[in-house]
Ligand binder design. Structure first.
Ligand code: DC
Length: 220
């Protein structure tokens, strides 16, 4: 069985950075599942389908012409690595991800990332739906204040003109939508919760590696 570590959690909890570091430390592959939802959103927006029906967006997700090459992400041959990171794209991704047809269209694509020597996958439902067999399931979180500050700093450092009140409102809306949708909602059940509010990235990574080594020893 190929080992999997799932790292789920709300927006701006630090999942992406922590998951990539864990993957690097273990020499594992890395899946940023949010990128697939963001790619679906970008494709829909570009084709004027942002307000389309579940069936239409589900079909779009199933046929998404995407490629992950090194650190670059392509949509229909265009580099969209940065374009999918905007707040607007995140908001639309959150909205379209509530469609069951979109989620099932992306399911196999996510499972295709599973290969030796192992995988670290981050998202909202990695441990609950996509990789229920994972050797370690982590729920990474932080207080809303800390997450808002992190997102704010991230946007400012990218040169995006934002005000804190908008960041707080966006995070609150996104959390609410991701937590309350009918299919595969964000849910800490079954995972070990790690609150990173007062932790550095290195400390969070070290904790996950320590948990993993315990579980891997039990398994072996
Ligand atoms: O992690 P992120 O901010 O890049 O994800 C963007 C949106 O995609 C998120 O608000 C909800 C959705 N998503 C999801 O529903 N399931 C996942 N496994 C990952 C992301």
């Amino acid at each position: 069985m190929i080992p999997v570590i799932t790292i789920d959690g709300p927006s701006a909890s630090g999942k992406g950075t922590v998951a990539q570091c864990v993957a690097q430390r273990l020499g594992f592959h890395y899946l940023d599942s949010g990128a697939l939802y963001r790619l679906t959103a970008l494709a829909a927006a570009r084709q004027g389908l942002a307000g389309a029906s579940e069936e239409v967006v589900g079909r779009l997700a199933a046929q998404l012409p995407v490629a992950f090459v090194g650190n670059d992400i392509y949509l229909a041959g265009d580099v969209v690595t940065e374009a999918i990171r905007t707040e607007e794209c995140g908001r639309l991704a959150s909205r379209l991800s509530a469609f069951p047809a979109v989620r099932s269209a992306l399911l196999e694509r996510q499972r295709d990332f599973l290969c030796l020597p192992g995988l670290v996958a981050d998202g909202r439902d990695m441990g609950s739906v996509v990789f229920p067999q994972a050797l370690l399931k982590v729920f990474l979180t932080a207080t809303p204040e800390v997450r808002a500050q992190r997102r704010f700093n991230q946007l400012i450092s990218k040169g995006v003109d934002v005000i804190m009140a908008d960041v707080v409102r966006d995070l609150r809306d996104r959390d609410e939508r991701d937590r309350t949708r009918a299919v595969a909602p964000l849910d800490p059940a079954g995972a070990l919760t790690l609150d990173t509010s007062a932790l550095s990235i290195d400390q969070a990574v070290a904790q996950i590696l320590a948990w993993y080594s315990v579980n891997a020893r039990h398994e072996g």
